[in-house]
Design a protein. Sequence first.
Length: 300
Amino acid sequence: MDFARLRALRELSNRQTMTAVADVLCLTPSAVSQQLAQLEAEVGVPLTERRGRGVKLTHAGEVLVGHVERVLTVLDEAKSELAQIREEIAGTLRVAAFATAAAALLPPVIQALRAAYPRLQVTLVEMEPAEGLAALGSWSTDIAIVDDLGGRPARGGQTVKHVPLIDDELHVILATGHRLARKKTLGLAELKDEEWALDSASSVYGEFVLGLCRRAGYAPRVSAECLGSEIIAAMVSSGCAVSIIPGLRLGQMRGAFAAVPLRPRVHRHISAAFRQGERTHPAIRVFVDQLLRTAKSLRA
C-alpha cells in the first residue's frame, strides 16, 4: 500500500470532503480521488462511499485508518528518538495558537527559548483551536494551543496528547458607571435587558456565549459584532454595550470598564496539544516545559 494514498485516506476521515483533503495535501480534488481509487484497488475492498455532498469511510476504511494512525505514531517516535541521539535542540518548531492564548502565553516562552536554545526556531501561526488540531493531524504544525469550548474531535484521541496549561475564567465587562459594575459577581439573567458587543472573530467562542445566554432564558440583543477586542472595549467603555471576555484577554484590553466574574463561575480549559509519538521529542519537551512555567506565573 502506497503511503501517500494512506495519508489521503486518513485526511478524508478527518475532513470529510475531497476539496478539504486536496487543500491540505496541495493536490487537486481529482488527484485525491484518483489516489483513493488506486488505494481501493490495492486493498481489494471499498474504502469510501458517497453520503450527500460529502464522502464517508466504509467500515474497511475506518479499520485501515486506525492502522495508519499507529504507523504515523511509530514514525513520530522514530523521529523523536533520532532527535535525542543528536543531543542538540535545534530546527524549526511550528506552533498554532488562538489569539488570546498566543498573546498571553507565547511571547515570554519564545523569548526564553531563544536565549536558551539559539538554534531552535519557533514559528507561530494564529489558528482557532479546531484549526490547530486539524493542522496537528495533518503534520502542518507541531504544537497546538487549544481550549475546550468547542469540544474535541473523536478521532485523534489516542494519537494526540493534551497537557493542561491554565483555566481561564470568563468575566462580564461593563462601563465603570454601569449600575451593575460594583457587584462582586453577576448572573447572566441580570444582563437580559442589556445591549451586547460580541467577538465575531471566533464563531466557536461567540456561539458559546450565546449558548450561555440561551440557557439563562433569553437571546441577547447584539448591537455590535466585532472582529477582536478593540471595538468591544470601546463599546463597553462608552456605555453602549456589555460583553463577556476571558480573563486572559482582560490584560490585553484598554478602556474604562469594570470586569465582574460570572455567577456561577465559567472557565475554559487551555491546553497544549501535540502528537503522542513526539511526546519525548527534545524540542517539544522544552517548549511544553517553558509553557507550563509561563502558565504558572500567570496563575500566580
